[in-house]
Design a protein around this ligand. Sequence first.
Ligand SMILES: NC(=O)c1ccc[n+]([C@@H]2O[C@H](COP(=O)([O-])OP(=O)(O)OC[C@H]3O[C@@H](n4cnc5c(N)ncnc54)[C@H](OP(=O)(O)O)[C@@H]3O)[C@@H](O)[C@H]2O)c1
Length: 241
Amino acid sequence: LRIPIKRIAIIGASGTIGSQFVKTLSLKESVEKIFALTRQPVNFLSSKIKNIALDYYDEASIKNASAIAHEDGKLDLVIVATGILELEDSRPEKSFLELSFTKLQTLFLANAAVPAMMMKYFLPKTNSNGMIFATLSARIGSITDNQLGGWYSYRASKSALNMLIKTASIETHRTNKQAIVVGLHPGTVDSPLTKPFQANIPKQKLFSSETSVNHLLTVINNLEPSDTGKCFAWDGKEILP
Ligand SMILES: NC(=O)c1ccc[n+]([C@@H]2O[C@H](COP(=O)([O-])OP(=O)(O)OC[C@H]3O[C@@H](n4cnc5c(N)ncnc54)[C@H](OP(=O)(O)O)[C@@H]3O)[C@@H](O)[C@H]2O)c1
């Protein structure tokens, strides 16, 4: 990594992309410590990795997890890799006729409110030498890019997330000119989230988590403070709001 990223927290380290970030980063010599924040303990094999219990929906738990992750010093990189696409009993909406309060509420909570609450407890502790706070967003959250419609709750929850990222970047910039707060689109990745939709995806467009994370680490590596507030795809291209 270009910038010295030594201390890292991965929130949602149990997920396909989150756990891959932990694995790939733990192999980098320059990385000293990785805090893997998960609801259920995960058995990671490196001594660099410390598992911290985190209930994504419990503010006291978020505060406690952040305190543990900052006990011995500031973090250089925080990645929020949580998020959901659908509810167990229903697919993303093709029409507004399929909308429900339950779907909208659940998706907004998971994809916008959870990362926002992570901002509340991790951003105030940014390192004045620079720190990156990256949240897994999605291209589909781009209003400019919306050609197909559908997937109402997921799209709108990721648009809301992108607004939260932008707003938090402005506030963080007031006190820390080096801090970088961004959204990341991982591409289409083979994970439980995309399983039901993979039949329509050309093989070369379906990334393994390893490929996606390698791309995203290159993107992270190339970030500049002037990139704060933006959303980037796996290929480094900015995704317009
Ligand atoms: N896969 C893709 O193609 C793709 C494309 C664009 C964007 N993304 C984004 O990338 C992120 C990670 O996706 P993934 O493919 O790694 O999915 P995944 O393997 O299904 O992992 C999902 C992660 O979200 C957590 N999670 C599960 N239910 C949740 C809930 N109700 N509220 C909050 N968090 C919850 C999981 O924690 P537990 O293990 O504790 O359940 C896990 O850490 C998501 O934000 C997703 O929107 C993925």
